[in-house]
Design a protein around this ligand. Sequence first.
Ligand SMILES: N[C@@H](CCC(=O)N[C@@H](CS)C(=O)NCC(=O)O)C(=O)O
Length: 220
Amino acid sequence: MSSTRLVIGNKNISSWSMRPWLLLKHFGVPFEEVNVALYQRNTAEKLGPLSPSLKVPALIHHETTVWDSIAICEYVSEALLDGKGWPASPRKRATARSVCAEIHAEFPHLKKDWPMNCKATVKLFVSESIAEEIARVDAIWSCCRRKHGLGGEYLFGRFSIADCMYAPMAIAFKSYGAVLSAEAQRYADTLLAHPSVQDWIRQGQAEDEPGLALDFASNM
Ligand SMILES: N[C@@H](CCC(=O)N[C@@H](CS)C(=O)NCC(=O)O)C(=O)O
């Protein structure tokens, strides 16, 4: 058994699982993936010994268990990446932490009505609340790129936890046809072209999900 195990859900739909998975993959940290199918009768039973919240993701590193995506990313950066998960400059780091806290806590309408689904390609209705939240994500992406993005193609220049936290949103925006500013769209395209993001999408699309067939046709 590996000393670093990441417990994740279905790649097609588990946006929270994707975030620390992408961080570990980007930085080439070796880890064992523990896959638990979500929303099955035995999901809680399987997660019981692995994740105190009975949710995914959870990281088990030697004797330490960490759960919740942002806490895992923080832990990985500190324990396994010598802090390289965050931008080096304190000013950039403060903004990076703020935009991560925002995606973690906010955007209720996008999370509920435009959830990541790697298999979906359908133009979804844009309600006023969805439009407002897309505009806020667009502003975050454009502003970070303009103010902090020099020296790389990511939100804070080189790849960081902030990019992991927003990657599932880029997948959802592509699936459902969000219209973004040129600057935000360029960043979304950069995220989508990341080899590990591509791997995640491919693996998510290949999954067989008993009991999880979502009827996207009804949203057309
Ligand atoms: N705040 C948590 C959210 C975790 C979460 O909601 N995970 C979902 C899958 S993406 C889950 O485990 N759902 C199973 C359940 O609610 O029973 C995080 O950031 O990790």
